[in-house]
Design a binder for this molecule. Structure first.
Ligand code: TMP
Length: 212
């Protein structure tokens, strides 16, 4: 990796964990510290990806179709947005990435971790986030938050056993990758969470400066 390569930061968590509230704040923090930032999301982030998002979030389909569509959107996203931005030295902040496919399709829908890993190796063999913030909340809190918001998509309407498997998978991924994952208690106040994110971002920035 060249010294001018950017950093890839991702947000993860079950629906209702509260991660998306903090994405713009992280982007603004980085920009105010001199970084050029690309803020994006999955599924989505490109015209093709956003079309796929509308389809997978709302149309019933087979698990294999759903998983391949997630990776089709990702292939386009990685090649046209994420990798070019990182190569230009920008920081990429992405709301969900392949950990979500592991958690939702691999575990929630029980496709299995190795199938998802095979697709990840094919689509982005050399790309792993430098930092992943996992927003963690008890599932009843997540559900209550979802019930308070807008109409729910196909995933948000899933039964509690689905979310239990999804959450367990996220915990497993965090345990397997302790240097990459930081788990954030999503029941804390917004101010407290931002203070934690700020400390972590300052450390990431510092380690980035040291490497240059
Ligand atoms: P969002 O609401 O956080 O933007 O995520 C959209 C939904 O898509 C969310 O319910 C999780 C789901 N999802 C998957 O099932 N697999 C994936 O690979 C990704 C990226 C998202």
């Amino acid at each position: 990796m060249s010294s001018s390569y950017g950093r890839f930061l991702t947000f993860e968590g079950v629906d209702g964990a509260g991660k998306s509230t903090h994405v713009d704040w992280v982007v603004q923090w980085l920009e105010s510290h001199g970084k050029t930032v690309v803020s994006t999301r999955e599924p989505g982030g490109t015209p093709i990806g956003e079309s796929i998002r509308a389809l997978v979030l709302n149309t019933p389909m087979h698990l294999e179709t759903e998983t391949l569509l997630m990776f089709a959107a990702r292939a386009e996203h990685v090649r046209t947005v994420i990798e070019p931005a990182l190569a230009a030295g920008h920081w990429v902040v992405c709301d969900r990435f392949t950990d979500a496919t592991q958690a939702y399709q691999g575990a929630g829908r029980q496709l299995g971790q190795s199938r998802v890993e095979t697709l990840a190796q094919w689509v982005h063999p050399c790309l792993t986030p430098h930092r992943t913030w996992l927003f963690d909340v008890p599932l009843d809190v997540a559900k209550e938050r979802l019930n308070r918001t807008r109409t729910q998509d196909r995933f948000e309407q899933e039964e509690s056993a689905f979310f239990e498997r999804t959450q367990q998978a996220y915990w497993g991924l965090a345990k397997q990758n302790p240097a990459r994952f930081k788990t954030i208690d999503g029941t804390q106040t917004i101010e407290h969470i931002r203070a934690l994110l700020g400390i972590d971002l300052a450390q990431l920035l510092q380690s980035d400066e040291i490497k240059r």
